[in-house]
Write a protein that binds this ligand. Structure first.
Ligand SMILES: C[S@@+](CC[C@H](N)C(=O)[O-])C[C@H]1O[C@@H](n2cnc3c(N)ncnc32)[C@H](O)[C@@H]1O
Length: 269
């Protein structure tokens, strides 16, 4: 019997990242779309654009994913040159000017960028200390790095729902925990990790509550973890169906299904 991979191995597995997880933008879009039901609602690209107010020259978006931030920065700041980068070739296919690159070894000269973005991506990186040194190395004097991630308490209700639904499928009280992506780089730990390299770190907390009256956005969010979930000894489709039933039942009896969120951005100098 082969040993199950650890959460750490799954979250940083390069072949999973560039194929099942982020081979296309489909799963990422499902996760992003759940925030449509969040109160208050945050315009994350707007927050980034505001932080870039004094920045000139070139901005790299490392781990740019489906290019949500790239497109908005290009629209709002046509004076900036935006360089999209990601380890997954598939997800950047349609983004003009995007290149395949690893944050642990950026193909960028020292001290040339006005800013670098590393949004919801450092938790996927094996050697975070090296990646953060790279973010610092490529910045020009006065340049900024904008990093984002989630709290260790983020979307707890979905962790609970997953364990219950997996348990339903397996015929036990609670199944195994799902992979929590941000656990390797939480909002709580990020200032100390980034502080090893950057002198000043300002955290912008983004708390909110998602409330849905239809199970599908929650089910789509859970399903977007397929790349990791089906490596963990849980019958994936069955778990998703059990989760759908549980969310539908909560909506029927309580009127809605609520998920508490805590994400945040860290502006580093
Ligand atoms: C959760 S998505 C975030 C996408 C985008 N930054 C956003 O916030 O919408 C994480 C992205 O980081 C990429 N990624 C993972 N490890 C990476 C690495 N070592 N270097 C560059 N990109 C990486 C993944 O392929 C994926 O597209």
């Amino acid at each position: 019997m082969t040993a199950q991979p650890t959460h750490e191995q799954l979250v940083t597995d390069r072949s999973l990242l560039s194929t099942k997880a982020y081979g296309t933008g489909q799963h990422l879009a499902a996760r992003q779309s759940l925030y449509r039901w969040q109160t208050p609602s945050y315009d994350l690209p707007r927050i980034v654009i505001d932080e870039l107010a004094d920045v000139r020259g070139v901005v790299a978006d490392v781990g740019c994913g489906n290019g949500k931030f790239v497109a908005r920065v290009r629209d709002d700041r046509p004076d900036l040159s935006v360089l999209p980068m990601d380890v997954s070739h598939g997800i950047i296919d349609a983004i003009p000017g995007a290149v395949v690159a690893d944050v642990q070894q950026l193909p960028i000269a020292d001290g040339v960028l006005g800013a670098v973005l590393a949004l919801h991506m450092l938790y996927h990186v094996e050697d975070q200390a090296r990646a953060i040194r790279e973010l610092r190395r490529v910045l020009a004097p006065g340049g900024i790095a904008i990093v984002s991630t989630n709290s260790r308490t983020d979307k707890r209700e979905l962790e609970h729902l997953w364990r219950q639904a997996a348990g339903d499928g397996l015929g036990i009280a609670e199944g195994p925990a799902r992979v929590q992506l941000s656990a390797r780089f939480t909002l709580e730990d990020a200032p100390a990790i980034l502080g090893a390299v950057f002198g000043e770190i300002r955290t912008i907390p983004l708390p909110g509550v998602i409330e849905v009256t239809d199970a599908e956005p929650v089910v789509a969010h859970l399903a977007s973890y397929e790349a990791w979930a089906d490596r963990m000894g849980v019958p994936f489709q069955e778990t998703i169906e059990c989760a759908r039933e549980r969310v539908t039942e909560t909506i029927r009896t309580e009127g809605s299904f609520r998920v508490t969120c805590l994400g945040g951005m860290l502006v580093c100098r």
